[in-house]
Design a binder for this molecule. Structure first.
Ligand code: SPV
Ligand code: MG
Length: 298
C-alpha cells in the first residue's frame, strides 16, 4: 500500500485519547493492509490485528499454529498502511515472560499502539469454539507476563491489555474479577474480558461488579445485541473490538460471487455485484504512484 500516514511514536496515545474524548473506541478486525484500509475508510477508530482472522486467511485453525513472524509481519504491514492505531493480538505472548518481552518490543517497533495478551496456556485453542481446550495459566505467572510486557515497552503510550479467558473457560465471575484485579495490579492498562455466551448477561454482570480502575475491552462477537450505545452508558468500556467481521464479510462476498460465476458459466453477471478494477487501483495507491511518475520519471 502506498504512503504510510502514521507517525512513528506514541501510537497508543490515540487509543487513550479516543477513550478520554469520545468514551468508546471502536476497532475493526483486519487480516491484511487492504482490509485495514477499508476499515479506516469506513470510519473505525482503530484496527484489530486479529490472530483468528490471519489464521483463517492462511486456512489453519486459530490454535497457536500461526507463527510469531507471520502475525508480526502482517501487523507491521497493516501499521505501515493506515493512520489508525493498531491493536495487536499477541495471543498468549508466544511463551513465558521472557518470550513476552521479546514479542512486545517487536510489536512496538512494528508500529502497534496496543497489545492484547490472554491468560491461556500455550498452545492455545480459539475462544469461541464449542468444546475448545481452555486451560489458563496461574495468576502469578500471568502477572509476571504483564509486568514483563509493561517493562519491555519503550513507548509509554503503548497500551498493554490483559485479557482474561476465565469466563470462556467456565470458571465464573468471581475468578474473572479476581484475575482482572490481579492483572491491573501487575500493570495492565486495560482488561479484556471475553465471553462466548449468546447473550451479554455474564459480561454485563462483570461490568456491573467492576470497579472501573481500568477500562474494559469487549469483543461482542457471540452477543452482537449489545450496542455501542449500551456500552457507552456503562461508562466502563473503553474499547469495543469487532473481532472477525472482515474475514466473515470477505468469505460471504467470495462465496456468493464464485457461486454466481459457476452457475452462470461466466463473469458478466457477477461484474455488477463487485467493485471495479479501478476501485482496486485506488485502494492500491495507483493514483499517487502515477503522480510520482509524472514528477520523477524522465
Ligand atoms: C481474534 O480475533 O483473534 C480474537 C478474538 O482473539 S476471538 O477469536 O473471539 O478469540
Ligand atoms: Mg486471537
Amino acid at each position: 500500500m502506498n504512503q504510510p500516514a502514521r507517525e512513528q511514536a506514541g501510537r497508543g496515545q490515540a487509543i487513550r485519547d479516543g477513550i478520554a474524548s469520545r468514551g468508546l473506541v471502536h476497532a475493526m478486525s483486519a487480516h491484511n493492509p487492504l482490509s485495514a484500509r477499508l476499515a479506516e475508510e469506513a470510519g473505525f477508530d482503530a484496527i484489530w490485528a486479529s490472530g483468528f482472522e490471519l489464521s483463517a486467511a492462511y486456512g489453519i485453525p486459530d490454535a497457536s499454529l500461526l507463527s510469531l513472524t507471520q502475525h508480526l509481519e502482517m501487523t507491521r504491514a497493516i501499521c505501515d498502511s493506515v493512520a489508525l492505531p493498531v491493536i495487536a493480538d499477541i495471543d498468549t505472548g508466544y511463551g513465558n515472560a521472557i518470550n513476552v518481552m521479546h514479542v512486545v518490543a517487536a510489536y512496538e517497533r512494528a508500529g502497534a499502539g496496543a497489545v492484547v495478551m490472554e491468560d491461556k496456556r500455550f498452545p492455545k485453542d480459539t475462544s469461541l469454539l464449542e468444546g475448545g481446550r481452555q486451560e489458563l495459566v496461574g495468576v502469578a505467572e500471568f502477572q509476571g507476563k504483564i509486568e514483563a510486557a509493561a517493562a519491555a515497552r519503550r513507548d509509554p503510550s503503548l497500551v498493554v491489555v490483559a485479557r482474561t479467558e476465565a469466563l470462556i473457560a467456565g470458571l465464573g465471575q468471581a475468578e474473572a474479577l479476581a484475575r482482572a484485579h490481579a492483572y491491573v495490579e501487575a500493570g495492565a492498562d486495560m482488561i479484556l474480558v471475553h465471553s462466548k455466551q449468546k447473550t451479554p448477561d455474564e459480561v454485563l454482570s462483570f461490568i456491573a461488579a467492576w470497579d472501573g480502575r481500568a477500562p474494559i475491552v469487549l469483543v461482542p462477537t457471540a452477543y452482537p445485541q449489545l450496542t455501542e450505545a449500551a456500552m457507552r452508558e456503562s461508562g466502563k468500556i473503553g474499547v469495543v473490538i469487532y473481532g472477525n467481521h472482515a474475514i466473515r464479510a470477505a468469505v460471504t462476498a467470495m462465496q456468493q460471487v464464485f457461486r454466481q460465476i459457476r452457475a452462470e458459466g461466466g463473469i458478466a453477471g457477477a461484474d455488477a455485484a463487485i467493485v471495479s478494477v479501478e476501485e482496486i487501483f485506488r485502494l492500491q495507491g495507483v493514483p499517487a504512484m502515477k503522480a510520482d511518475e509524472a514528477r520523477y520519471l524522465r
